[in-house]
Design a protein around this ligand. Structure first.
Ligand SMILES: Cc1cc2nc3c(=O)[nH]c(=O)nc-3n(C[C@H](O)[C@H](O)[C@H](O)COP(=O)(O)OP(=O)(O)OC[C@H]3O[C@@H](n4cnc5c(N)ncnc54)[C@H](O)[C@@H]3O)c2cc1C
Ligand SMILES: O=C([O-])CC(=O)C(=O)O
Length: 350
């Protein structure tokens, strides 16, 4: 008698899934799918890879504000799943290769925030309100939170995830996808759309817009703690190789060039939080366009492409929180892919 496990069932091998997107969301989603569904063939397609994605510009700190219309419990789950996944890497021998480290510091406010305790406070480590003694260091601020979170350096993490994806049998293709129909005509069973800002043209989503962000990398190895001002207008994040200082949030601004006025403004704001920064050497400046949307889109739909009804799973529009929610939304997308596979018409399933 012959037994076929799900893994080696000869028919199941023929199921093909394509993930569009080579940023942190695309690679997280592709790794989740390839590792969970070893009987499927998974291909990741993107026109830009590290170091040329928005994800490479991200400070990579796990902190976020909530999306307005997505249940808070779901966003808590995404945050928790991502931080738990990254904490495990940060505490393993893979930490430095993967670029994942623990980061402790302060989030400080000039005015009392609406939520003194953010929705993710239970998932970071050691969350507490700062004492008056700690706040003395920031005389312009009257309230603050202290905690340990994770910093994920995408310039390390993306190559590490690509290796992990290939190890799980995934294939990587560098190519621009002009239309989902191109993928349908290649016969993929499921399309997963993690194209970030690219979704604006790829699936014609007019709700997606850029929020320009500029950051500097500086050499200041004496800084050990992060400082984030209010809602993230200014921040100082010590990392593995340098300290990231930022930022800007310029809505609907498509400029990818470094603006020297922004750099000067960032350095002034950050030096007022941490005066020793005025002695730091600038190592580089970079700009990224956050793929913003009122609510991140993690959902599936059936799309008529040519003469085929093709299931499409969307996972894009993470704005300034793509690293923070990367693994959680990838797991959500995996769940949606599973549903698509189970609901294939009986003929197609064979
Ligand atoms: C200055 C700055 C600081 C930030 N700091 C943080 C932070 O500390 N923490 C945090 O969580 N987030 C942060 N972010 C936000 C974070 O960078 C984004 O949310 C995240 O990078 C989004 O990832 P993504 O994979 O969706 O998009 P991207 O990294 O932009 O990747 C999109 C991918 O899709 C591909 N693609 C798009 N269209 C097509 C197409 N038609 N055909 C083929 N390929 C296509 C692109 O080539 C690319 O590979 C920051 C952003 C900026 C700009
Ligand atoms: O807000 C922060 O601290 C960093 C970030 O996510 C961004 O700049 O988008």
């Amino acid at each position: 008698m012959t037994f076929f496990s799900q893994q080696n069932h000869p028919m199941m091998k023929s199921m093909t899934i394509v993930v569009v997107g080579g940023g942190v969301v695309g690679f997280s989603t592709a790794v989740c799918i390839a590792e969970a569904l070893p009987y499927c063939s998974v291909t990741l397609i993107a026109d830009r890879f590290t170091p040329d994605t928005t994800s490479d510009v991200a400070a990579g700190i796990l902190i976020c504000s909530p999306f307005p219309d997505i249940p808070l419990e779901q966003q808590q789950r995404w945050f928790k799943e991502t931080i738990d996944h990254l904490l495990a890497i940060a505490q393993s021998e893979q930490a430095s290769e993967a670029g994942v480290l623990l980061s402790s510091g302060w989030q400080i406010y000039k005015e009392l925030p609406v939520d003194k305790v953010p929705f993710w406070s239970a998932f970071v480590l050691g969350f507490r309100i700062m004492t008056d003694r700690e706040l003395k260091r920031f005389p312009d601020h009257k309230f603050g939170q202290a905690f340990t979170t994770v910093k994920c350096e995408c310039s390390n993490y993306l190559p590490w995830m690509e290796k992990r994806f290939r190890k799980a049998g995934g294939q990587v293709v560098k190519q621009k996808v002009n239309d989902l129909e191109e993928l349908s005509s290649q016969g993929y069973d499921v399309i997963v759309n993690c194209s970030g800002l690219g979704a604006k043209s790829l699936v014609g989503d007019s709700q997606v817009f850029p929020v320009r962000g500029q950051v500097l990398k500086v050499q200041a190895p004496w800084l050990q703690h992060f400082i984030r001002d209010g809602e993230g207008q200014s921040y100082i994040y010590p990392g593995m190789h340098s300290v990231t200082v930022g930022g800007t949030r310029q809505v609907d601004d498509w400029r990818l060039e470094v603006d020297p006025k922004d750099s000067q403004d960032i350095l002034e704001r950050c030096s007022s939080l941490e005066p020793s920064l005025s002695r730091a050497r600038v190592l580089g400046e970079s700009v990224g366009l956050r793929p913003s949307r009122k609510n991140v889109r993690v959902e599936r739909e059936i799309v008529l492409l040519g003469n085929r009804q093709v299931p499409v799973v969307h996972n894009y529009g993470h704005g300034g929180w793509g690293v923070t929610l990367s693994w959680g939304t990838a797991l959500e997308a995996l769940g949606l892919v599973r549903k698509c596979l189970h609901e294939r018409p009986p003929r197609a399933r064979l």
